[in-house]
Design a protein around this ligand. Sequence first.
Ligand SMILES: Nc1nc2c(ncn2[C@@H]2O[C@H](COP(=O)(O)OP(=O)(O)O)[C@@H](O)[C@H]2O)c(=O)[nH]1
Ligand SMILES: [Mg+2]
Length: 474
Amino acid sequence: MAELLTRKDKKQISQWIGRDSQFELLYKISRDGMSYQRFHELCDNKGPTVTIFYNTDNNVYGGYLSDNWGSTRSWCTNQKAFLFKLHSAGNWKPVMFPYTSGETHYKAGNHGPWFHSLASCSNNVLKKTVGGFYQLFSEYDFFDGQSFDMKGETAQSVANGHNNVTDLEVYLVKDDELESPWRDSQDWSSQTFQELKEFVANYDPLEEMKIPEVNILLIGQVGAGKSSFLNTINSIFRGGISSRACTGSAENSLTKRFEKFRVRDPSTKKYLCFRICDTRGVEEGLSIKSEDLGFILDGNLPNHYTFNPVEKASTKTPGFVKEPTVKDRIHVVVFVLDGSTLDVLSEGVVSKLKDIKSLVVDRGVSQLAFLTKMDKICETVNKDVSKMFTSSVVEDAVNKAADIIAIPRSHVLPVKNYEKESQLKTDINILALTALRQALMFADDFLENQYELEQENSQTFNTRDKGWFWCYLV
Ligand SMILES: Nc1nc2c(ncn2[C@@H]2O[C@H](COP(=O)(O)OP(=O)(O)O)[C@@H](O)[C@H]2O)c(=O)[nH]1
Ligand SMILES: [Mg+2]
């Protein structure tokens, strides 16, 4: 059951309301049933809402109310209310019908959403007809211009003269921007950017482990933005938009090989001390195999290994590293999630992500998540990336992602990859480098644990060794 209100619809309604808004689905008859009782349970006293009717002739229309729904059995006036149409016979034809005068809506416990000129139902449970639709109220007062200016339109032109719908949805309309940030963040100055860039450029893995670089594994759904993240980081250090890893929305994973990318700092001509490992994506049916992933985590698979869709890797795989050391291992795993599709992630993908997580947890590797495409879910962020931490939509998405992967919310970092831009932007750079810095710090946490383990093991070994020595002497 996908949400039916499109991004374009939401943008249009936001424009009519007069501010960037986010829409939270409260009630949907195909999900919750056409029952006025259920509607009131889910929608009363929630704040401003928009109600959308999906008519069987592909007409989409509805009404906005800045007032609460309620069950007081009273006709009310809301001067900010308006009716509208979005689609006519499947074509995008948005028209807003503003308030004129008189009462606008009826708040009654024994009615569904009820505007003057656009009503739903007054039966408690309305069953779907054999034709697969719900026959809503259209007897009289149906787009007849009471209280709203119909701008010359009629019930016929808006809805083909009937109110038979396949679905009806009520969305809570929330402000896109919060007054105070939902997460502490640095300022968005070029100084912050320089500091982050220096941190990453000067990063060295935990000294005691004596490894040249750490391996950061990106894992997630096809099209989530893994390759784009790598390109974003590379662009930052190159000083211009670059595209080293292939990106695109291919049906299956575009990334067919295991690639351990290095990034070079042109100012020093040196490679930075991390590798970003790009893998094939997680899909239903055609995901990376658990055995292959296990080998990647443990450092058995060579760089440039080509994934075989039918056969898993084995010790016979050319270049297979039989005795990997700590430098070959993955030191931190980053789940890359497409923030714009979290609501419609299939159960198959969620369960695959959980399987992957347990492989990672078993190995004690640190993990975090990068949430991409925030510009697609939040109009405010689309216009200004530095609004990331005051966007309530982004906050919701971060919370959802944390629930899906079952990691703390602070381990989920929202990012915006370079995709349509032709020039670098400080705020995009700051977000990407903040995410990368976190990954490097988590990699060091893993190395610290490994170091402690090595110390403990060598102490045990020494004690055992000494024991043997004394036995020998005696
Ligand atoms: N709007 C937007 N698009 C993105 C973002 N990140 C990636 N994309 C686009 O999503 C598509 C898939 O990205 P890609 O990096 O190939 O995904 P991968 O399969 O995980 O490697 C490409 O068309 C990218 O341009 C983002 O933050 N915002
Ligand atoms: Mg890719």
